[in-house]
Design a protein around this ligand. Structure first.
Ligand code: SF4
Length: 692
């Protein structure tokens, strides 16, 4: 029996754990003394590994390369040589006939690790010659990256998960940490025990609201109006830190010109929050000796998400809550390595280390290191994954190489996504399970899973952590970066890596932000937060020391925008708002947690629709009854979860259920800047099945 150090492959909390292995089988997981989790795990950390043992699989593990030579044919098992030869040939044909931008690629924010993401973006840029590379940050915290980059200069959490408990006030906006990041939720409870004031802004009575000093139960779709009202109170009541604002920020006059129309009294009818509560919340927030603003996808999955992120960071700027311990802004990243995927440049506008693809000097640097002529580098921002269905239907994207993503389950408006996929000439899926996306592929390249390889993840607070291989893989599978390297070499760009560390060191040499994060420094239990610019640097627990921001003039930018209504509001035919949410027992598209026996037993049926008692009563719906949920785009069966915690006029569903994913119903109104879809808001109706 041996114990292998790893990092949980689910949420961005970055919990360290030990996988206990016997006879090449994992027999249990034990909590380890990681910096963010300190010997604690949630149920996914304890029980989310047994898909590796093939115990009770819902979906088959991919164990050998498969090709569908003609659309409509069945898959044919093939050798790796044939899979690589065929895929390389098809990609070359499309690149050379349609141009590099006709091919889209993805990195993966899950178990594959930073090294593979670095290799994937290198493949896109150096071999395909396109910036068409993206990841699922696009459908979650893309707006946080875009918004914070503009106002503060870095798109990441400014503080540390371990420091949340030391803050004296937590403003938690659109973030249900008990379900999304249970170990972060423990930090919130500790903060409460340490005397922090907790202010929760959420339409539902979520768990955190139960321990909060104030729960502002705003109407769905009104985030910008409430954030503007917060800014209004801070200035109107002279609660803001004038000296700090004068010294460290810019844009106060323009900010006031917008928020002056958003007094809490003026927008009470819109937000649904009594003006006195809004004023009280900001008095508490401004009076706290230290305050932290945290948010989740209740902020980012809207058509006006980037504006709200900029508005939330402005609240921290107005009160001087940046650039020192116990304060900051915390967009708590969802997946275990979504921060890492962004760090490694699987973004259409940025090379690894947040270096701009439109900067000629940066392109020259990467081209030189990669041994190609800089003129072959794409000098324009590439395509985002949410644009792919539209561009495929327009004939502008012909091929899609997808690694460790399941867009046919997780993206908004699945009917549209399916139509887009049907219009593609060539789809390559590199994954561990036969996902819904894999079922539509032309080529399937089976990869090793978390547990079967090692590497480095970045958790939500910018902390790099190593994880080790625990077991030998079964089946004819290869490491993700090995598959990409074989393809690159077959396409005429020799790419040979011997191990993870070789890739990591190549990446470090090109990224000043990460240069000092060596394998040795991370060691077994290390957690090194970027920036870490040199070998002696210990890492950075909080950004913007002394409130020197990473903006062109070093100042934080105050920002407000008028509120915009969501794209599709309820009406007589579809009278309820649908909002997508998370569920504690399963993760993302459920391909991993749905294949774990213990998690299946604990939460076998995440396909519920949460509905208020009043709306259920009106429709004659009983608790646990099967119902139809329909929108203008589709219709799915779900089980009613009638609850007093749910606000009237809205219903909530997870997208983790294979039968009738709620993304059949959602719509793809995209934020104009981040191109993130508005999966938190569309109009639906809920009906008893027996009435049909
Ligand atoms: Fe920690 Fe998140 Fe894994 Fe739970 S799912 S053990 S909170 S990393």
């Amino acid at each position: 029996m041996k114990k292998i150090t790893s990092v949980c492959p689910y949420c961005g909390a970055g919990c360290k754990l030990k996988l206990v292995v016997e006879n090449n089988k994992i027999i249990r997981a034990e909590a380890a003394e990681g910096v963010t989790n300190q010997n604690q795990l949630c149920l996914k950390g304890y029980y989310g590994w047994d898909f590796l043992n093939d115990t009770r699989l819902l979906t088959p593990r991919l164990t050998r390369p498969l090709i569908r030579y003609q659309k409509g044919d069945k898959f044919t098992p093939v050798s790796w040589d044939e899979a690589i030869r065929y895929t390389a040939q098809r990609l070359l044909e499309i690149r050379d006939s349609e141009g590099p931008r006709a091919i889209m690629t993805t990195g993966s924010s899950r178990g594959t690790g930073n090294e593979t993401n670095y290799v994937m973006q290198k493949f896109a840029r150096a071999v395909l010659n396109t910036n068409n590379v993206d990841c699922c940050a696009r459908v979650c915290h893309g707006p946080s990256v875009a918004g914070l980059q503009e106002t503060l200069g870095n798109g990441a959490m400014s503080n540390s998960i371990s420091d949340i408990e030391n803050s004296k006030c937590l403003l938690i906006f659109g973030y249900n940490c008990a379900d999304s990041h249970p170990i972060v939720a423990r930090r919130v409870i500790k903060a409460r025990q340490n005397g922090a004031k907790i202010i929760v802004c959420d339409p539902r009575r979520i768990e955190t609201a139960r321990i909060a000093d104030q729960h502002l139960q705003l109407n769905n779709g009104c985030n910008m109006a409430l954030v503007n009202a917060f800014g209004y109170v801070l200035i109107d009541e002279q609660l803001y830190d004038k000296e700090y604002v004068h010294k460290h920020t810019q844009g106060l006059d323009a900010y006031w010109q917008t928020v002056k129309d958003y007094s809490p009294e003026a927008v009470e009818h819109l937000t649904g929050v009594p003006a006195s509560q809004v004023r009280q919340a900001m008095r508490t927030f401004a009076a706290a000796p230290s305050a932290t603003v945290m948010w989740g996808m209740g902020v980012t999955q809207f058509g006006q998400a980037v504006d709200v992120v900029r508005g939330l960071s402005s609240l921290a700027l107005l009160t001087g809550n940046l650039g020192r311990p116990h304060v900051g802004v915390g967009p708590v990243r969802g997946q275990n390595n979504v921060q890492g995927a962004c760090d490694m440049g699987v973004l259409p506008n940025l090379f690894p280390g947040y270096q701009d693809v439109t900067d000629a000097a940066v392109r020259e640097k990467f081209a030189r290191a990669w041994g190609i002529d800089a003129s072959r580098m794409d000098d324009k921002v590439g395509t985002r994954i949410t644009e792919v269905p539209h561009l495929a239907l327009e004939g502008k994207i012909k091929a899609y190489y997808i690694m460790g993503e399941d867009p046919l389950q997780t993206e908004a408006d699945l009917g549209l996504v399916r139509d887009g996929f049907a219009a593609l000439d060539f789809v390559v899926v590199q994954d561990i399970f036969m996902t819904k996306t894999a079922e539509m592929a032309d080529v399937i390249l089976p990869a090793t899973s978390w547990g079967e390889h090692g590497g480095v993840f970045t958790c939500a607070d910018r902390g790099f952590q190593r994880f080790d291989k625990a077991i030998e893989p079964t089946g004819d599978v290869k490491r993700d970066w090995e598959i990409i390297s074989l393809l690159a070499s077959e396409m005429g760009y020799p790419m040979h890596y011997e191990n993870n560390q070789q890739i990591w060191d190549e990446m470090r040499e090109l990224c000043p932000l990460f240069y000092g994060v060596t394998y040795e420094k991370m060691g077994d239990m290390g957690h090194i937060q970027w920036p870490c610019p040199d070998l002696d640097h210990p890492g950075t627990p909080y950004l913007y020391e002394n409130s020197r921001f990473d903006t062109p003039d070093g100042k934080g930018k105050l920002f407000a925008a008028p509120w915009r209504a969501p794209a599709e509001v309820p009406d007589e035919a579809y009278p309820l708002v649908l909002c997508t949410v998370r569920e504690v027992g399963h993760y993302s598209c459920r391909s991993m947690t749905g294949n774990c026996a213990a998690l299946q037993a604990l939460a076998d049926e995440p396909g519920y629709v949460q509905i208020s008692m009043q709306d259920a009563q009106k429709a004659g719906i009983r608790h646990r009854e099967l119902v139809w949920v329909s929108s203008r785009r589709g219709k799915v069966i779900s089980r009613a979860d009638v609850s007093e915690r749910i606000n009237r006029g809205a219903v909530y569903m997870t997208y983790q259920w294979w039968i009738g994913a709620c993304n059949e119903l959602t719509q793809d109104n995209l934020d104009p800047i981040s191109k993130t879809p508005e999966t938190k808001y569309c109009a639906v109706k809920v009906e008893r099945i027996v009435d049909q």
